[in-house]
Write a protein that binds this ligand. Structure first.
Ligand SMILES: NC(=O)c1ccc[n+]([C@@H]2O[C@H](COP(=O)([O-])OP(=O)(O)OC[C@H]3O[C@@H](n4cnc5c(N)ncnc54)[C@H](O)[C@@H]3O)[C@@H](O)[C@H]2O)c1
Ligand SMILES: O=C(O)C[C@H](O)C(=O)O
Length: 308
């Protein structure tokens, strides 16, 4: 199993570290445009191998895509992150050009790869990859919902004053400050609906805190987050590499599912060796359907800014 990560910045390096620690990939290639950075981070990570007990081989490359040849999974984290006060959508001007260029170079060397898009605005970047690479739709996956769901579960565990591992829940919709749809109605603590423990108002607060999870961290850090994003990406790569048939909300091309067409947005999917094995259509109530529709309208507005 060979995994390439383009962008050896905060998220790319964190993702490489988690993949290495999980020890399921034989080879991890980090590639960056900045001279020496990917090589340096790869060497630094390799020097943790004996400490962390992994056998994955990590190498770095400054913009030499021949080193990425034959990758089973590629991850795109190249691009600029937002600064406090910005939205993810404001990154489109710079990141669209980077994602288009990087994805086309990756495909030249790994035509059958599964591509995971992380760069923001992620749903629109995933749509751009669909429009420009010719990869089949099961092989293009946008990462956002896995991270947003992890943040949702964290916020729920805070509210419930319980261990995070007690909590289950999912966030669907666009990966944006206003477009996320945390499914509070379906969230549980050990199979008991969280509404049995938390008031409507407290659940509303959890939902709002989840939606601005990325913005909250950006304000604290001065740039966007990387540990949970890196861990979330590594979970998707793991599910594909080990054919786990595991469910995650991911941004995928919809063709009628959830009443939506020609858009990439977060919905539950099953991940396995073919990338997206299937899209899971869950029964939403009227309020949830309205939220998804509104979220999709927001994503479409951003997609319209693409020069396709
Ligand atoms: N989808 C998500 O859930 C999620 C989560 C976190 C961050 N992000 C996004 O991921 C992106 C990266 O964030 P970060 O914090 O790692 O930023 P960063 O600045 O730390 O790293 C980005 C890296 O990309 C490299 N790069 C830029 N153009 C390149 C190119 N053409 N080819 C190869 N490498 C190139 C840069 O040199 C840099 O090292 C941002 O767009 C951010 O908004 C998305
Ligand atoms: O918030 C950001 O801009 C980065 C990322 O999308 C996140 O949710 O952490």
């Amino acid at each position: 199993m060979k995994v390439t990560i383009v962008g050896a910045g905060a998220v790319g390096a964190s993702c490489a570290e988690y993949i290495a620690i999980k020890d399921f990939a034989s080879e991890i290639v980090l590639l960056d445009i900045k001279e020496g950075v990917a090589e340096g981070k790869a060497m630094d990570l390799m020097q943790t191998a004996t400490l962390n007990g992994f056998d994955s081989k990590i190498t770095g490359s400054t913009n030499d895509y021949s080193k990425t040849a034959g990758s089973d999974v590629v991850v795109i984290t190249s691009g600029i992150p937002r600064k406090p006060g910005m939205t993810r959508e404001e990154l489109i001007g710079i990141n669209a050009g980077i994602v288009k260029d990087v994805s086309s170079k990756l495909i030249q060397h790994s035509p059958d790869t599964v591509m995971i898009v992380v760069s923001n605005p992620m749903d629109t970047m995933t749509y751009l990859v669909h429009k420009t690479t010719g990869l089949s739709k099961n092989k293009i996956i946008g990462m956002g919902g896995a991270l947003d769901s992890a943040r949702f579960k964290f916020r729920l565990s805070e509210a419930l004053e319980c261990a995070a591992s007690d909590v289950d829940g999912m966030v669907i919709g666009g990966h944006s400050d206003t477009g996320m749809v945390p499914l509070t109605r379906m969230a549980t603590r050990n199979s008991i609906p969280v509404s049995a423990f938390l008031s409507k108002e407290r659940l509303e607060q959890v939902s709002e805190d989840t939606k601005v999870g990325g913005a909250t961290l950006t304000k604290l850090l001065g740039t966007s987050a990387w540990y949970a994003p890196g861990a979330a990406v590594s979970s998707l790569v793991h599910a594909i590499a080990c054919d786990q048939q595991k469910m995650f909300p991911c941004s995928v091309l919809l063709e009628g599912e959830y009443g939506l067409n020609d858009i990439c947005i977060g919905v539950p999917v099953i991940l396995g060796k073919n990338g997206i094995e299937s899209i899971v259509e869950i029964e939403l109530n009227d309020a949830e359907k309205a939220k998804i529709k509104e979220s999709a309208e927001g994503v479409k507005k951003t997609n319209d800014l693409l020069k396709l």
